[in-house]
Design a protein around this ligand. Structure first.
Ligand code: SF4
Ligand code: SF4
Length: 287
């Protein structure tokens, strides 16, 4: 993978850039290949998103057209990410096609994606080839006994797995995918959703395992209880608690503390979001 791009221009991985370099999330990935027990699919993927539907889904060609309009309006965009509204690797053809087209047209941009990891090993080499340099994998446990309670099902191709079998498969793919990303020279962030009473006691194990794989940053995010899920009555972890967790995890890995939990169609600087302003343009480009 080419290292000639300026990695310091990614505002999520370099906090110093958050007021000068922006990101756009292209909503080209509607399907998901797993069912997290904290997710209600009426909303965006919480891998990277706060609840709130994306205002449209784009094809790869539409995404390129939309990107031209975004760059004309907001030339400070330095990062193109794909973060849903489902999982980018459950829509691998569209994700890779979009990245390939944009990398040809705008080679100065950084390409980033966020995934649950199930489909990562199968596509990681292609991702590197089309210029993806930053990958986020959501890992909520490194013990299948714990993750079996976090995921309702895992679908690999046409086969559906539940319980321990699904949890073991997902974990093996996450570990393999991250290991390969690092071999290819990518920058890897791990997102962990802190679920009180479920994985809270297990966070250091996750951090240690990720460190051993060479992960660059850990982003501990509090569960946002969503109506209609089994965690709807769990109390959302507050900032003070998350800060304390991050202080502990920092003994193992650098912590991301400025994540905005952006929507799958987010646009702008992290300090100056323009998602609402661009919604009409996004919608027009999707038709
Ligand atoms: Fe929802 Fe994302 Fe989990 Fe898929 S990976 S079920 S979209 S939170
Ligand atoms: Fe960056 Fe967090 Fe927004 Fe992703 S969700 S683009 S990591 S601030």
């Amino acid at each position: 993978m080419s290292q000639s791009k300026d990695f310091s221009k990614h505002p999520c991985f370099n906090k110093e850039a958050k007021g000068s370099c922006g990101r756009v999330h292209l909503p080209v990935a509607p399907k998901c290949n797993i069912q997290c027990n904290f997710c209600n699919r009426k909303y965006d993927c919480v891998n990277e998103s706060r609840p709130g539907v994306t205002s449209a889904v784009l094809s790869p060609a539409q995404a390129v057209h939309y990107m031209d309009k975004v760059l004309a309006k907001e030339p400070r965009i330095t990062v193109v990410g794909i973060a849903g509204p489902g999982d980018p690797m459950a829509n691998a053809d569209k994700t890779i096609d979009t990245m390939r087209r944009l990398n040809k047209k705008h080679p100065q941009l950084l390409f980033c994606l966020s995934t649950n990891g199930l489909g990562l090993p199968a596509h990681v080499d292609e991702l590197a080839e089309v210029g993806v340099s930053h990958v986020t994998v959501t890992v909520n446990a490194v013990d299948p006994e714990i993750s079996a309670g976090i995921y309702a099902w895992i679908r690999d191709g046409n086969v559906m797995y539940k319980g321990l079998e699904g949890a073991k498969l997902l974990l093996s793919r996450q570990l393999e995918g991250i290991r390969r990303c690092k071999e290819l020279g990518m920058v890897v962030k791990v997102n962990t959703i802190v679920i009180p009473g479920v994985n809270e006691h297990h966070l250091e194990e996750i951090a240690k395992t990720m460190k051993a794989l060479g992960v660059d940053v850990l982003n501990c995010m509090g569960l946002k209880p969503v109506a209609g899920t089994i965690y709807e009555n769990i109390e959302e972890p507050q900032k003070a608690k998350l800060d304390a967790i991050r202080d502990t995890m920092e003994q193992h890995l650098p912590q991301m503390r400025h994540c905005q939990r952006c929507r799958a169609d987010a646009v702008g600087l992290l300090t100056e979001d323009r998602t609402k302003e661009m919604a009409g343009c996004l919608s027009a480009c999707s038709k």
